[in-house]
Design a protein around this ligand. Structure first.
Ligand SMILES: NC(=O)c1ccc[n+]([C@@H]2O[C@H](COP(=O)([O-])OP(=O)(O)OC[C@H]3O[C@@H](n4cnc5c(N)ncnc54)[C@H](O)[C@@H]3O)[C@@H](O)[C@H]2O)c1
Length: 247
């Protein structure tokens, strides 16, 4: 479905990002996996090459919270492949602290990665997509971007901002044939969910009509569809992948 397309996926070393990298590779894309550390990026690439030695995947580890570093990394990818067709802004962190304990530093940290990095990577890629007469930007939002959550206010705040970027950039960039969409996962079995205390997780699962937690591949499938030409008339949308969780 993505034959010959060049995709950058941030936070590609594990969880939803890693599943999306693999899904795109299985669908014949060339993938540049971004991670925060050389070691974890190399480990992810080794793992992928063990699955299929012919996968066209490379890794980079810019600080995506720094626009200059991001621009350098995107420039490298553009020089190597001559184009960038797809960007998946997936890297993110979560927090469950109460407002009573939330520090200013932690609030800034979550906004920096979950929002500023999405802005940085989107800003760095659009000039190449415009030159190439089109492209696709996909963001990882969250179910909590639709109704908030009862603790950890910085996380839903950051994902509401991701939705705002998604809807606004879709409207701004449609004329350049750049589509912008987001996926809003529900409860997905990744390291992020391991940090949620058991007493908060159990009642959540009871509210999922499909009766199970999602897996990273459920989200990767949604990204594949939105990245592909099958979604060529879809932009500015937030697609829920959450088993119809009842809030
Ligand atoms: N797991 C869920 O239930 C769930 C639900 C809704 C949304 N999400 C979103 O999905 C995305 C992926 O989360 P996940 O569940 O796979 O979590 P994860 O913790 O398994 O993966 C997070 C990824 O982000 C990267 N990352 C973390 N800090 C970084 C930094 N400072 N710089 C660059 N990269 C960094 C990690 O290396 C990792 O690849 C996030 O945006 C998250 O908010 C997850």
């Amino acid at each position: 479905m993505l034959d010959g397309k060049v995709a950058i996926i941030t936070g590609g070393t594990r969880g939803i990002g890693f599943a999306t990298v693999k899904k795109f590779l299985d669908n014949k894309a060339k993938v540049v996996l971004f991670g925060s550390k050389k070691q974890t990026v190399n480990k992810a690439i080794d793992e992928l090459k063990k699955i299929n030695k012919d996968y066209e995947v490379i890794g980079l580890f810019p600080n995506i919270c720094n626009l200059k570093e991001v621009e350098k990394a995107f420039d490298k990818v553009q020089k190597k492949y001559g184009k960038i067709d797809i960007l998946v802004n997936n890297a993110g962190i979560c927090s469950m602290e109460s407002i009573y304990d939330y520090t200013e530093e932690n609030f800034r940290k979550i906004m920096d990665l979950n929002v500023n990095a999405v802005f940085n990577c989107s800003k760095a890629v659009v000039k190449y997509m415009k030159e190439n007469k089109g492209g696709v930007i996909l963001n990882t939002s969250s179910m909590v971007s639709l109704y908030g959550q009862s603790s950890g206010c910085g996380y839903p705040a950051s994902k509401f901002a991701v939705n705002g970027l998604t809807k606004s950039l879709a409207r701004e960039l449609g004329r350049d044939n750049i589509r912008v969409n987001a996926v809003a996962p529900g409860v997905i079995s990744t390291d992020m969910i391991k940090s949620v205390p058991e007493e908060k997780l159990k009642p959540l699962i009871n509210t999922i009509p499909l009766g199970r937690i999602g897996n990273p591949e459920d989200v990767a499938n949604a990204f594949l569809f939105l990245a592909s030409d099958m979604a060529s008339y879809i932009t500015g949308d937030i697609l829920s992948v959450d088993g119809a969780i009842i809030n």
